[in-house]
Design a binder for this molecule. Structure first.
Ligand code: HEM
Length: 453
C-alpha cells in the first residue's frame, strides 16, 4: 500500500486547499510557540497585516504595544544580542499554569540573561557529538518499534493519528536518552504521560484567555490541566530521586541531560529542587513534542507529494541498502531527506516564533520602535512572504539543495529560529537540532525502508 493511502489527514486540514495561511493539519496549533502567543488565527491575521503594511507591524492590544519584526536586519539586531531579554510578561504565562508551577524558571522561561547563560553553558556537554553518536542505537531501536506498530495499524481501513504515534515514539526516545527512563509510551496505550502532555499544551494555549481559570464552564479543563502538571512534576521527582540514589550507591553517572541538570543545581548557591523539576519538564516537553510535530508534518507533506517521496525512497535505498541500523555517518549522506526536513521546518514550523523585550527606542529599516515594547519574531510568517521565498506556499525541498541559488530568505528565516536560541552558546541548540535530525532521519528512513519490503 502506498504511503499516501496510509496517512489520514485531519478533516480540518487546509493545507494545499487554496488557503493562503494554512496552519496545523491537526487543527491544533504548534508546540511551545502556542503558549507564547502564536495561535493559528493570530498568525494568519498578522501575516495579512505584514503583506499589507510591510515587514514591521505595530500591534495594539489594550494598553500594550507590540511590534512584529519580519526583516533579516531586525532579526539579527535583536536576537543576536544579549541586550534584549525574553519578554517576562509573556513567558511568565507559561511558567505557571492556572497557579500550578509548570516549567517555572527552566531554560525556556528564564528571562534574566545571566541566569539563562549559566544554565545554557552547563547543558552543553549533554549535546556533545560523541554523546549523540551513542544515541543512535536507541534511535534505531525505537524506529523499528514504531514501524512494527504502524504495520499493525495499517490495514487499509483503520484511521489513526500519525501525530499520536510520533508523540509516543519521540516521548520514549527523550525519556530514554535524556533521563534514562523506559516509558514504553508506544507499546502501552494506557500510559498517562502522553495525555498529560497534551493537556498541559492545551493549558498553555488557553492560559492566554484572561480569567479563564475562574470561568464556570472551564473548571473541568482547568482541573485536568493542573492534575497533568502535577503528574509531570511527580514523574520528574521520582526520576530525580532514583538518579540520586543510584549516584549514592556508586553507580557510574551517564552523561545525559539529567546529569547536567543536577550538575547545574549543584553549582547554585541556593539549591532548589523545584528548579530541577522545571528543567526536567522543559527538556521533556520541548525535546519531544516539537520533533513529533515536525515528523507528522513531514509525513503529511510526503503523502501530498508522491514525486518527492519517490526521491527520498531512492536516496534511502542508495545510502542504506538493506541495512537495518543507521550509522551516524549515514545521516550526512541523506542529503535530499535533510532538504525535505528543512523545507518541512520552513513551511510547518512546530514553534512559530519567539519574543523579546526592549526598554530602549530603536530605528529599524527607518521605522521607529518605541522603548518598552514587546518584539515579536515569526519564522512562520517570514517563510510565507513572497519577498523572502519564491512561491512560498509550495513545498519545494530543492530550495535547500547545495546548488540552488541562495535565497537570502533562507538564512533570514532560519535566523529567527536559529539565532533566537543560539545567541551566545550555540552548542546546545545546534546539537538539539542534530539530535532532532538524527531522530527524524532514523524514523523517516525506517518508514521508507519498511514501505519497500
Ligand atoms: C523540530 C524540533 C525543534 C524545534 C522546531 C525547536 C524550536 C525551538 C525554538 C524556536 C526555541 C526558542 C524558543 C524561544 O526562545 O522562545 C527553542 C528553545 C529550546 N528548545 Fe527547541 N526545538 C526543537 C527540538 C528540541 C529538542 C530535541 C530539544 C532537547 C533535547 C529542545 C530543547 C529546547 C530548549 C531547552 C530550549 C530553550 C533554549 C534556550 O532558551 O536557551 N528543542 N526550540
Amino acid at each position: 500500500m502506498g504511503m499516501a493511502e496510509r496517512i489520514v489527514c485531519h478533516p480540518a486540514c487546509k493545507v494545499g486547499k487554496g488557503k493562503d495561511w494554512a496552519w496545523d493539519p491537526a487543527g491544533r496549533g504548534c508546540s511551545m510557540g502556542m503558549g507564547l502567543g502564536c495561535r493559528q488565527q493570530d498568525s494568519e491575521e498578522e501575516g495579512r497585516r505584514a503583506k499589507k503594511y510591510g515587514p514591521i507591524v505595530r500591534i495594539n492590544a489594550f494598553h500594550r504595544v507590540s511590534v512584529m519584526i519580519l526583516t533579516p536586519e531586525g532579526v539579527k539586531e535583536f536576537l543576536m544580542s544579549p541586550q534584549y531579554p525574553k519578554d517576562r510578561m509573556v513567558y511568565r504565562r507559561i511558567s505557571n499554569l492556572f497557579g500550578e508551577r509548570f516549567i517555572g524558571n527552566g531554560l525556556v522561561t528564564v528571562c534574566d540573561h545571566e541566569q539563562w547563560h549559566k544554565q545554557r553553558r552547563i547543558m552543553d556537554p549533554a549535546f556533545s557529538r560523541s554523546y549523540l553518536i551513542g544515541l543512535m542505537e536507541t534511535f534505531n531501536d525505537k524506529a523499528e518499534e514504531l514501524m512494527e506498530k504502524l504495520e499493525e495499524k495499517a490495514d487499509g481501513k483503520t484511521e489513526f493519528s500519525m501525530l499520536t504515534m510520533m508523540n509516543r515514539v519521540t516521548m520514549d526516545i527523550i525519556g530514554k536518552v535524556a533521563f534514562g527512563l523506559e516509558l514504553n509510551a508506544l507499546s502501552d496505550d494506557r500510559m498517562p504521560l502522553p495525555h498529560a502532555v497534551r493537556m498541559v499544551l492545551e493549558g498553555m494555549t488557553k492560559a492566554r484567555i484572561p480569567l479563564l481559570r475562574y470561568m464556570p464552564g472551564k473548571q473541568k479543563l482547568v482541573k485536568e490541566v493542573k492534575e497533568s502538571v502535577r503528574l509531570l512534576r511527580r514523574v520528574a521527582k521520582e526520576c530525580i530521586d532514583q538518579r540520586r540514589k543510584d549516584i549514592q550507591n556508586g553507580k557510574e553517572a551517564t552523561l545525559d541531560i539529567l546529569t547536567q541538570i543536577l550538575k547545574g543545581d549543584a553549582l547554585e548557591e541556593t539549591r532548589d529542587d523545584e528548579n530541577i523539576l522545571d528543567n526536567f519538564i522543559t527538556f521533556f516537553v520541548a525535546g519531544h513534542e516539537t520533533t513529533a510535530n515536525q515528523l507528522s508534518f513531514t509525513v503529511m507533506a510526503l503523502a501530498q507529494h508522491p514525486d518527492i517521496l519517490e526521491r527520498v525512497q531512492a536516496e534511502v535505498d542508495e545510502v542504506l541498502g538493506a541495512k537495518r541500523d543507521i550509522d551516524y555517518e549515514d545521516l550526512g549522506k541523506l542529503k535530499y531527506l535533510s532538504q525535505v526536513l528543512k523545507e518541512s521546518l520552513r513551511l510547518y514550523p512546530p514553534v512559530a516564533g519567539t519574543l523579546r523585550w526592549t526598554d530602549k527606542e530603536h530605528v529599524v529599516d527607518g521605522i521607529r520602535i518605541p522603548a518598552n515594547t514587546t518584539l515579536i519574531f515569526s519564522n512562520y510568517i517570514m517563510a510565507r512572504l513572497e519577498r523572502y521565498f519564491k512561491d512560498p506556499l509550495t513545498f519545494n525541498p530543492d530550495r535547500f539543495s547545495e546548488d540552488a541559488p541562495k535565497e537570502g530568505s533562507i538564512s533570514a528565516v532560519q535566523g529567527v529560529v536559529g539565532k533566537a536560541v543560539n545567541s551566545s552558546t550555540d552548542t546546545l541548540v545546534n546539537r538539539a537540532v542534530e539530535m532532532r535530525d538524527a531522530t527524524m532521519s532514523a524514523l523517516c528512513t525506517a518508514n521508507e525502508r519498511d514501505k519497500m519490503h
